[in-house]
Write a protein that binds this ligand. Structure first.
Ligand SMILES: *Cc1c(COP(=O)(O)O)cnc(C)c1O
Length: 352
């Protein structure tokens, strides 16, 4: 049985975003599909991306890579989190990120036949080597043990912060990459996440791949991008209408008190379905008309102030029709990946 709250994911939107990202970057795409492709369905998104001629994928964890390689054997998959299960990586032909010099030194004898991408840490302080000395030591080890060091990459944590030192971080990466590239040929060089792609930084021209996630799905971590097509639509329906008088509350608690007679529509969806409470920051749409959410979202219910035209059974648009994930993000109520990832996978998902 399908749920009354429906999630529709538009593959055509994803394909359009792929084309737009390619048109803007003129680079091949290493698509980030971690966390179930930002909770849009990893295999469905990999299938969609593959149809758009994207065959390189980056994930956080090994189990995600196994799933991709099992279903799409011709794909190329990079696991970015450190792992120790080298046997599995080798068997499935999965590439691994080099997360530190210590990790490589400790494991270099077991890494034969596994492609490795060296990560440079420029300030995120999560994974990667942090200095030229360490990077050179990685290179020396890889050459001594005949490892397949095929990739070089970094991640820019300040790309979406206008006043932060993103520039300095680019400089740090470029300085290390310049030295390494003179001594070693890397097949895959990638650094630009969504926010970095639109900076068109000439210093990163040597990178032959971009590594976006959120742009592919139609959302922007920075300002609004007119060319992005949101891929997710979410609807539910009105299950009850209540008329209340002045001085009444709705839902739990006394956060909301009416000042006049009101008509309230009850929606069968709440934070238990992974709709973040911040969704209340902007109206929902019923028959293309906006109506405000009142009080805050509850676990399985949401209250909306409506007029006489709204009836039980009417479709309610929670995401779509002009209120998109990005619009909620811009109110400061919840960021876009958070809204995507919070949504319950128990809701019925349809793919267009
Ligand atoms: C999530 C992630 C990305 C993609 O970032 P977006 O902002 O979604 O484009 C790229 N690289 C790394 C290392 C990541 O963790």
């Amino acid at each position: 049985m399908t749920t009354r709250t429906l999630v529709t994911i538009d593959r055509k939107a994803v394909r359009q975003n792929v084309a737009s990202v390619f048109a803007r970057s003129r680079k091949r795409i290493f698509a980030v599909v971690k966390n179930n492709a930002y909770n849009l369905g990893m295999l469905e998104m990999v299938e969609t991306l593959t149809a758009s001629d994207v065959h390189h994928f980056a994930v956080a964890e090994l189990y995600e890579a196994i799933e991709i390689k099992t279903n799409f054997p011709d794909s190329y998959v990079l696991v970015m989190n450190p792992t120790e299960d080298f046997e599995t990586a080798r068997r499935f032909g999965i590439a691994l990120g080099v997360s530190s010099l210590e990790w490589l030194a400790l494991n270099s004898k077991q890494l034969q036949g596994i492609e490795l991408h060296l990560k440079i840490n420029v300030g995120m302080n999560r994974f990667g080597v942090s200095s030229l000395q360490e990077a050179e030591a990685v290179l020396a080890l890889a050459q001594a043990d005949s490892l397949a060091l095929t990739g070089l990459y970094t991640h820019f944590p300040l790309a979406d912060e206008p006043d932060a030192d993103h520039d300095g971080q680019v400089e740090r990466f470029v300085a290390i990459a310049d030295v390494l590239r003179k001594r070693h040929t890397f097949t895959y060089m990638h650094s630009e996440n969504s926010a970095t792609i639109v900076k068109h930084d000439p210093r990163l021209a040597f990178c032959n791949y971009v590594r976006p996630g959120i742009f592919l799905f139609g959302y922007s971590p920075i300002e609004k991008m007119d060319w992005l097509v949101p891929s997710l639509r979410m609807t539910t329906e009105v299950v009850e209408i209540r008329e209340i008088g002045p001085g009444e509350h709705v839902g739990y608690g006394t956060n909301f008190t009416s000042t006049e007679p009101m008509r309230i529509a009850i929606l069968p969806v709440g934070y238990g379905d992974g709709v973040v409470r911040g969704r209340a920051a902007l109206p929902v749409h019923i028959k293309e008309k906006p109506y405000p959410v009142i009080n805050k979202l509850f676990m399985s219910h949401t209250f909306v102030a409506v007029d006489g035209t709204v009836e039980v059974g009417d479709e309610v648009v929670l995401y779509g029709d002009g209120v998109e994930i990005d619009d909620i993000t811009r109110t400061g109520a919840a960021n876009n990946s958070e809204q995507m990832c919070a949504r319950s996978w128990r809701l019925t998902h349809q793919y267009l």
